[in-house]
Design a protein around this ligand. Structure first.
Ligand SMILES: [Fe+2]
Length: 348
């Protein structure tokens, strides 16, 4: 069991994980325990003249629980996926055996990290959008897969499907992928070929299982038949593809894309809730949203007027409009305050 350590605030660094809540002079929680500190949080703690904090001693923590390790795994996974995609684009070869060994293990370690979805928001996404998106989706597939009870080979397949779901985009002209404006109808239909194109690529490589192939082929199919490439419905869509659809949507909208600015995870949750009875699989979405609600309760967020606040309660109605408590102790019901919204998680 890891040890708690009390340290002077001057020695605190971003990435350290709090072992006890930081309290204000009158006993209010400023930041909850198990939250990884960010630079912004440290600055705020200094402003509030907090003298010392309790952290988990990283040297005692299993490596997979440290945010530093998460960042290392994230960066090295991005590099490996980047070179795998490049070798696909330029040589027509996918180093699948290597991905199955090293990359999946890295993603599973990220998946096992406390606050993985939170850390994912804080990663710096420099370089090609598709590469970061692929790594993000695979981590979310791992987290959601575990919440749904997957483990062993099934979980590894799910993570691999996440990593490779957009591999077909290596066959789409690069100008289209990075185009800052909205795509024309013609360009959009070219882009939409990526899920079917992936199958031709995977056929050439040895060991992708049928589950992985179907997950990738069907990740843009929708439960009501409105998806592509085949307009499949309901049970015709592989369960992994339904998980992938939720993970894909969540990662896409919570990150800046060439033609669209990111929204907060709360907005993303609302979007999933809006689609969960027609386009997305209801049970998969419900599991994701239930866990997200627990996940976001107690965290620090930034409000649209710039204030920091703690999420105190999120209702069970999937509107993801929480009650928050500001630093000066005011409780605000975001759902009843049209002038305010949650901009971002603090520090992301
Ligand atoms: Fe896709």
């Amino acid at each position: 069991m890891a040890k708690k350590k009390r340290i002077d605030l001057r020695h605190a660094k971003s990435g350290m994980v709090l072992a006890a809540p930081v309290l204000s002079e009158n006993g209010r929680v400023i930041i909850n325990e198990d939250v990884a500190l960010t630079e912004a949080m440290l600055q705020n703690l200094a402003t509030w003249q907090i003298p010392a904090i309790s952290i988990w001693d990283e040297s005692e923590l299993p490596r997979q629980f440290s945010v530093t390790h998460f960042t290392d795994e994230y960066d090295s996974t991005v590099q490996l996926v980047d070179s795998a995609f490049a070798s696909m684009r330029f040589c027509g070869e996918l180093p699948l055996a290597e991905m199955q060994q090293n990359v999946i293990n890295s993603v599973l370690q990220m998946t096992d990290t406390i606050g993985a979805l939170h850390h994912l928001q804080a990663m710096r996404r420099l370089g090609e959008y598709t590469i970061h998106h692929s790594v993000g989706v695979s981590v979310i597939c791992g987290v959601l897969g575990k919440w749904l009870g997957y483990d062993g080979t099934a979980l590894r397949d799910l993570v691999l499907a996440g990593l490779l779901h957009d591999i077909g985009k290596t066959q789409v002209p690069e100008e289209l992928l990075g185009k800052p404006e909205k795509l024309t109808d013609e360009e959009m239909s070219q882009m939409r070929q990526h899920s079917a194109l992936a199958i031709q690529l995977l056929r050439k490589t040895e060991t992708a299982t049928m589950d992985v192939v179907l997950a990738i082929l069907q990740h843009h199919e929708r439960m009501d038949g409105s998806g592509y490439p085949n307009g499949l419905r309901g049970d015709q869509i592989h369960p992994y593809a339904r998980i992938l659809a939720v993970a894909d949507l969540y990662d896409a909208v919570t990150n800046d894309r060439p033609f669209q600015q990111k929204m907060s995870p709360f907005g993303a949750a609302r979007l999933i809730a809006g689609d969960m009875y027609d386009k997305l699989d209801t049970a998969t979405s419900a599991t994701f949203l239930e866990h997200l609600r627990d996940y976001f309760t107690g965290i620090q967020v930034q409000l649209s007027d710039g204030r920091l606040a703690e999420v105190v309660m999120i209702g069970s109605d999937y509107t993801f409009q929480p009650v928050v408590k500001t630093q000066d102790g005011k409780f605000i019901d975001i759902g009843r305050t049209p002038s305010l919204k949650i901009s971002q998680l603090a520090g992301s």
